[in-house]
Design a binder for this molecule. Structure first.
Ligand code: ATR
Length: 493
């Protein structure tokens, strides 16, 4: 079976708006789906002429609310529209599973169109899906379709298994919602005839993405049956920057691999998914860095020490956990400061959460004397006791103590991150200008805290540097190769 094509969904209120969309995204799609249920009724009269104006084959769809659409008019109106556009040159008509109108179907076929016969499940995984999909092919040219809202990793697994059992059977298959997102990227791998995409500002279906992102970030057209899959598990995870980094690496090295955001509700079911998809490397992010540890076969020393794991790799059917945040944090310091460090190694760490734990461990390994300052004293005390550090709170007392631990100041809380970019975790502290100030927040790339440090003449380390460094260590673990020219990766901010 050939590669999956890409369909652009048109959900404009007018025909002209849809033509403009086709023009704006020219060159990125192979066919278009005209969602006539989004059109103003006054536009219906122009529907027949649309295929002639479009630069690609067009699917005609009029979806009712029960199937996830907007067409709330009587069924007779829907039939009238379908009849009216027959002979207009539509390449496909999308009719739902329960739709049956022999005259209309014969007319469409006589016109050279194929019928997409579709199941839409917006709540709950349908039972007997494979059989239902096979039965949708009532005529040799029919193209069965199932679009299933995916609410758990278990449902995603069921959909992927259904896809495997249907390999070689022509159909459109996709999982809707963030958990189902990977099926939209992997259309060629799971044997779907097409994947649907939408302009960024319009989304007729949750989890759908735009054609530029699909191609630029996920290399949709390069994906095939043998493409190796990597990814990141977390919740939420759809806005992670990691796919941009790893996929750029695969592109630069010409590797047949893709890295996907995989939203799951807990890490247990991921291992069955990994088995089904042949996944051998995955990043782990919030909130699973701790909860994934009991599920590992082996763990590195830094996972044991920090109680956090952000990388899983599979070797000889056993899963090994590593923590590349430790080395990712140190790499920018090593490259720029640590090799010719003069005098004592002192550091103040702001925050005492999960991120701080990996950082304090890294600093202690590099023989730093560390002061931990946190809003909640108990957490500061507990982290300090684990690693033999001083601790205090984020007030004037803490600021005074920090004067004795200020060769390096590391900000590990989420304060200052978008959307609250004016936030400042430690306004009590006055920079001397001699500090190296490191903020692990990477969006925005320059936080209020870093800007204040810069005005005092401090040298800065940006969160983006750590983000990239930890990902580069992961990339090496995943592929055994170095990612070329990481500085030029577009992180989109
Ligand atoms: P992470 O894994 O990202 O470190 P976390 O474990 O939830 O996330 O830890 C968040 C850290 O940011 C904590 O140190 C938290 O302080 P508390 O222990 O007092 O909660 C800190 N933090 C979050 N919001 C903060 C705020 N508005 N001011 C100061 N510290 C804050």
């Amino acid at each position: 079976m050939g590669k999956a094509v890409l369909c652009l969904c048109l959900t404009g209120r007018t025909i002209q708006e849809n033509l403009n969309t086709l023009n704006d995204f020219k060159g990125t799609y192979d066919l278009a789906e005209l969602r006539a249920d989004f059109l103003l009724p006054s536009e219906w009269q122009y529907l027949k002429a649309f295929p002639l104006k479009a630069p690609c084959p067009v699917i005609m769809t009029i979806r009712k609310p029960g199937d996830g659409g907007l067409f709330a008019h009587p069924e007779e109106d829907r039939l009238k529209i379908f009849r009216g556009v027959t002979g207009g040159g539509y390449a496909f008509f999308d009719f739902e599973e329960d739709f049956a109108n022999n005259d209309l179907e014969a007319g469409a076929r006589a016109d050279g169109a194929r019928i997409i016969r579709s199941i839409h499940s917006v709540s709950g995984f349908p039972s007997g899906l494979e059989t239902r999909i096979r039965r949708l092919k009532r005529h040799p040219t029919d193209l069965p379709k199932a679009a299933i809202q995916i609410q758990s990793a278990g449902e995603l697994l069921e959909l992927l298994r259904t896809a495997r059992r249907l390999q070689g059977f022509e159909k459109i298959l996709l999982g809707m919602g963030p958990i189902g997102f990977i099926t939209r990227v992997l259309a060629s791998k799971i044997g779907s005839f097409l994947s649907y995409s939408s302009p960024p500002e319009q989304s007729a279906a949750p989890g759908r993405t735009d054609p530029l992102t699909l191609q630029k970030i996920y290399r949709y057209r390069q994906i095939g049956p043998d493409t190796k899959i990597f990814g990141i598990i977390g919740n939420p995870v759809m806005h992670s920057f990691s796919p941009r980094i790893h996929n750029a690496g695969f592109e630069r090295l010409g590797l047949d691999a893709v890295y996907l955001p995989m939203q799951i509700e807990d890490p247990g079911p991921f291992f069955s998914l990994a088995e089904e998809l042949g996944i051998e490397g995955v990043s782990v992010t919030i909130p699973f860095k701790e909860s994934v540890i009991p599920l590992l076969n082996k763990q590195s020393e830094n996972v044991t020490a920090t109680g956090a794991c952000n990388t899983l790799t599979k070797k000889n059917s056993s899963w090994q956990g590593t923590n590349t945040d430790v080395q990712g944090f140190l790499t920018p310091l090593e490259e720029r400061f640590l090799s010719d460090w003069q005098g004592e190694r002192t550091a103040t760490v702001i925050g005492a959460g999960g991120a701080a734990r990996s950082i304090v461990y890294a600093l202690r390994r590099e023989s730093f004397h560390v002061l931990i300052l946190n809003r909640t004293p108990e957490r500061a005390k507990s982290l300090a006791e684990s690693f033999g550090c001083e601790w205090d709170t984020l007030d004037s007392g803490g600021a005074k103590k920090a004067r004795r631990y200020n060769r390096l100041v590391v900000q590990t809380t989420s304060v200052g991150m978008v959307p609250d970019v004016e936030g400042e975790p430690f306004g009590e502290y006055r920079f001397q200008g001699s500090e190296i100030v490191y903020d692990i927040v990477y969006n925005p790339s320059e936080t209020s805290f870093l800007r204040r440090a810069m005005r005092s003449g401090c040298r800065l380390v940006y969160g983006r540097e750590m983000l990239l460094a930890q990902a580069l260590h992961q990339f090496k673990l995943f592929t055994g190769r170095d990612l070329p020219e990481p500085e030029s990766i577009d992180l989109g901010f």
